[in-house]
Design a protein around this ligand. Structure first.
Ligand code: 2AM
Length: 221
């Protein structure tokens, strides 16, 4: 199973001038792919084995596991309809050039390739990596470009498709040569599965717990 150990990349946030404002309470939004129960089982295996190796950290709950395509941050709620339009257009544009099945639906398969981490100072973010296949990269690039053109602030850091499974993690007996990290094994990886939609997600904190809610689902045609 491949493992990737890399430095965190710093976010480049580009704020266009045309930001609109109103008085409604803004929402913290991002665009993501969610997974079916079988895929969540694989991801939970990754969380469990990471937990066994760790002495501290915050592990992502099953219901919060996702692949982020674009992070928007705070958005006025009256702009959500414009976001839905961007999602629909980005999907139509990015999937139209790719292979379709017998029912003429695009073959939008994702492969969970292995595990990795973004190293910070004493803690790290741990993740399951996803193969950067053309339809996924095109969808990401199209979404980010359209969001920017439509006047949204959007995170433009390089796309490294991953599902975060743990944050602020400290491994037991971690050492400079990364020996504990090398013991992080997920037998069911690599794992391939088709995905059918993308979601506009709201992130909120309820009773101290991070919670994600799908506001809108856009089918991958
Ligand atoms: P991460 O998993 O790599 O931390 C919701 O916060 C989602 O948006 C998370 O999956 C997070 O990615 C992603 N995200 C991207 N940029 C972010 C930012 N600047 N602040 C918070 N979350 C961000």
């Amino acid at each position: 199973m491949p493992q990737i150990d890399t430095q965190d990349t710093s976010a480049k946030l580009i704020k266009p001038n045309s930001a609109d404002s109103n008085t409604a309470k803004p929402a913290r939004l991002f665009i993501a792919i969610l997974f079916d129960e079988e895929t969540l089982d694989v991801l939970e295996d990754a969380v469990s084995s990471l937990r066994e190796l760790s002495s501290a950290g915050r592990f992502v709950k099953r219901e919060n596991l996702h692949l982020t395509l674009a992070f928007l941050g705070q958005v006025e709620r009256n702009r959500i309809d414009a976001l839905k339009q961007v999602l629909a257009e980005a999907v139509a544009s990015a999937t139209s050039r790719h292979a379709c099945d017998a029912t003429r639906k695009p073959i939008t398969q994702l492969t969970l390739t292995g595990v990795g981490r973004f190293k910070q100072h004493k803690v790290s973010t741990y993740w399951v990596g996803i193969e950067a296949v053309p339809w996924l990269v095109e969808l990401h690039d199209k979404l980010v470009a359209s969001l920017f053109e439509t006047g949204f602030s959007v995170d433009r850091k390089p796309f490294k498709p991953h599902i975060t499974v743990g944050r602020d993690i400290v491994l037991k007996e971690d050492s400079d040569n990364g020996s504990s990290f090398k013991r992080w094994q997920v037998d069911s990886l690599p794992y391939a599965k088709r995905v059918n939609s993308i979601h506009l997600m709201e992130s909120s904190t309820q009773e101290g717990q991070l919670s994600y809610t799908s506001l809108f689902e856009q089918r991958l045609l």
